[in-house]
Design a protein around this ligand. Structure first.
Ligand SMILES: C[S@@+](CC[C@H](N)C(=O)[O-])C[C@H]1O[C@@H](n2cnc3c(N)ncnc32)[C@H](O)[C@@H]1O
Length: 345
């Protein structure tokens, strides 16, 4: 998950000692001894996130004159204090589409409680860190590559430019796995005529944010039912929703090798048996982790296809980053460019 793709062992050792330093200070509740600038630079070096990403859906921090609302919003939803949470407004590039609001953590505000939850639920805290670049791509893909919009105005890419088959979501049941803050699920709920969108994650703190974000946008879903769900991929008991989903989506969820089997089993459980159904994953290769996941998919009897160039705009931006567009330092295809994987029965 490293956004910083330096691989020399001395750099890695340095990064791990920075991490230990941060953890030590958190445990002892001591402020950072370094200057703000030094500390910021250190955190950037070890950060598992990028500040920029593909930036396909423009967003901005909710203005300070709205901060009061933002605070009461957090409190009403039992989320952290206003100093820990921020509210982001996403503007979909579709005429007359409503804005989407996401409550999420301020960068780098992990605390001890987060780690306790991770240990207790056998999960990591990557869903709280940020929304990752693949989620932006998934959200954009669902917006541009669905067969219909609830909003008549067309996005600037016409359907003729599409490089893959469009996703059919009208009257369909859709679930997002490992959704983090749930941007893609919310975008689908807003722009498509899906019957139901379930936004799930295995980290209970993340699920609280999803629930709060669903509530914050509930007037924008038209006839689509939208629910949050705590769904861990090692869960044995998901019989009540087995074989019920037409479409499963997930972004950046294939790098946890220990959960490959569980994730494939979950897809197998959830995908509808009858009629067309498919899972759409966006994942960077990340060394051999994607290949190993796909091996697991194959062994389970499911089928898959990989597409590298699935959207002209995403590909154009990828090429700009590769050609040293400065807006995404350390961009490296293997770790940063999400491939499209379509999984079917
Ligand atoms: C890298 S984050 C990606 C989040 C979001 N899809 C994005 O791209 O911004 C991985 C997500 O998967 C969730 N996750 C990790 N392991 C999981 C598991 N075993 N079961 C369910 N969710 C899991 C994490 O809580 C986190 O939200």
């Amino acid at each position: 998950m490293e956004a910083n793709c330096s691989s020399s062992s001395s750099a890695t050792q340095k990064a791990s000692s920075i991490r230990w330093g941060i953890l030590r200070r958190a445990l002892l509740r001591r402020p950072s001894p370094s200057t703000d600038e030094q500390s910021e630079m250190s955190i950037r070096r070890i950060s598992r996130k990028t500040n920029h990403g593909f930036n396909l859906i423009p967003y901005h921090l909710v203005e300070s004159h709205n901060e009061e609302n933002s605070d009461s919003f957090s409190k009403a939803n039992h989320l952290g204090s206003s100093s820990r949470d921020i509210r982001i407004c996403y503007t979909l590039p579709i005429d007359s589409a409503p804005k989407i609001f996401l409550n999420q953590r301020v960068d780098d505000r992990a605390d001890l409680h987060d780690f306790e939850i991770c240990n207790r639920f056998n999960i990591d805290n990557t869903g709280l860190v940020c929304h990752w670049p693949s989620e932006d791509v998934l959200a954009y893909y669902c917006m541009v590559h669905t067969e219909n919009f609830r909003f008549l105005a067309q996005y600037h890419i016409s359907i003729r430019c599409l490089t893959t088959q469009p996703l059919f979501l009208r009257s369909k049941k859709v679930i997002e796995l490992g959704s983090g803050y749930g941007l893609a699920g919310l975008v689908m709920a807003v722009v498509t005529e899906a019957l139901e969108v379930v936004i799930s994650d295995g980290n209970p703190q993340v699920v609280d944010y999803i629930q709060c974000n669903i509530k914050a946008n509930s007037t924008t879903f038209g006839g689509t039912r939208v629910k949050s769900m705590m769904l861990h991929w090692n869960q044995e008991e998901i019989s009540d929703i087995s074989n019920t989903f037409d479409v499963i989506v997930a972004s950046d969820c294939t790098f946890f090798k220990e959960f490959h089997k569980g994730l494939v089993q979950t897809v197998n459980f959830l995908l509808k048996n009858e009629g067309p159904s498919e899972a759409i994953f966006f994942s960077p290769k990340r060394g051999d982790s994607l290949d190993e996941f796909l091996l697991e998919v194959k062994e389970s009897g499911l089928h898959f296809g990989i597409t590298e160039i699935y959207d002209p705009e995403v590909w154009r931006r990828h090429q700009a980053f590769v050609n040293s567009d400065d807006s995404w330092p350390n961009y490296e295809k293997d770790h940063c460019y999400p491939l499209l994987i379509r999984i079917t029965r």
